[in-house]
Structure formats: C-alpha cells, structure tokens
Design a protein around this ligand. Structure first.
Ligand SMILES: Cc1cc2nc3c(=O)[nH]c(=O)nc-3n(C[C@H](O)[C@H](O)[C@H](O)COP(=O)(O)O)c2cc1C
Length: 162
C-alpha cells in the first residue's frame, strides 16, 4: 500500500523520532507538518498558547507539505499530546483533507496523560478507515526518554507492513 508518514513535533522531537523509526524500517515517504508562525521556543509560553488553542479548537496555518496526500492510499499521522488532545497543527492538517477511500494510522506520543488524542484524531480524519492506532509513552517530565519499549514499537511498525 502506498504510504506517507506525516507528523508534527515541537518539544523534544519525540514524535518525529518515532516517525523516523517507521521511515527507517519501511522506507515510506516522510515529512513533517510545520506551522507558518512558529510556537515560542520557551516551554511555558508554548504550553500556555497550546492550552488556549486546544480549548478553542484553533487551527494554526500550516505550510504546504512536500507530498501530495492524494497520491497515497495510507497516511500514518503522528502528533504529540497537547492538553489531552492532538497538537493544533495536526488538527489543521486533518481538517484540511478528505481521507475518503484512504487508511489513516494515527499515533501519538505523551507524557502519561493521553487524554482523548486517538479518539479526536479518528473523529477528524474525515472518511478514513482507521487502522493500527498507537499510543507511545515518553517520560512524565515531558522530556525525551522513551518509556514504551523499542521492542513494542518495532512490533507495531512491523504490523503496518502488511
Ligand atoms: C503544549 C504542551 C502540552 C502538553 N500536554 C500534554 C498532555 O496533556 N498530556 C501528556 O501526556 N503530555 C503532554 N505534553 C507532553 C508531550 O505530549 C510529550 O512530551 C510529547 O512526547 C512531546 O512530543 P514532541 O517532542 O514530538 O513535541 C505536552 C507538551 C506540550 C508542549
């Protein structure tokens, strides 16, 4: 199945790290979602802004992807957890596309408070068939230590290559 990996990553690149693991193992095309206006580099400021945006369902403007998603049958979409839901940039991406006839594989990284990220991603992947959703845990300090085992992540990646 022709597959594209798309993710947004801000804080530590945790989500991008998982996307790169998938890319290395499968060779699927891979790109990141970038906002036109970058978030503040300072954690507290980004966190406060993220709180307001997730509460209001704000969709930041995102840059055009280097790949045309219409050319793919399956899109693997990754997001960090922001205030118990997906990052606003991923909401912008999902709401900008119609996934009818496509499969979406949602994955997320979190620090122990996963909220409703996967459920919310599924609700916004309009028309998609959802397969192999995955939650991946990093340390509870919001750092870059992977808690979910690499073995578990690799098994999930292998299950995608069907
Ligand atoms: C604005 C913001 C809000 C966050 N909210 C949550 C949360 O609600 N639950 C949680 O488990 N982690 C939360 N985190 C932690 C991140 O989801 C986690 O560290 C993630 O792996 C970071 O991925 P990234 O490095 O790809 O951005 C938040 C981080 C930020 C920056």
């Amino acid at each position: 199945m022709k597959t594209l990996i798309v993710c947004y990553s801000w804080h530590n690149g945790n989500t991008k790290r998982i996307a790169e693991m998938i890319h290395r193992k499968t060779g699927y095309d891979f790109c990141t979602i970038e906002t036109v206006k970058p978030y503040p580099a300072e954690y507290r400021k980004a966190s406060d802004q993220g709180k307001k945006e997730t509460e209001t369902g704000f969709k930041p403007e995102i840059k055009k992807l280097p790949y045309d998603i219409d050319a793919y049958e399956r899109i693997i979409v990754g997001t960090p957890t922001w205030w118990y839901t997906m990052a606003p940039a991923v909401l912008s991406f999902l709401d900008a596309h119609d996934f009818t006839g496509k499969t979406v594989v949602p994955f997320m990284t979190n620090a122990g408070w996963p909220g409703t990220v996967i459920k919310d991603m599924c609700a916004h992947a309009k028309g998609a068939r959802i397969e192999h959703p995955k939650e991946i845990l990093f340390d509870s300090d919001g750092g870059n230590q992977l808690i979910t085992s690499e073995e578990e992540i690799n098994a999930w990646i292998e299950s995608l290559d069907c």
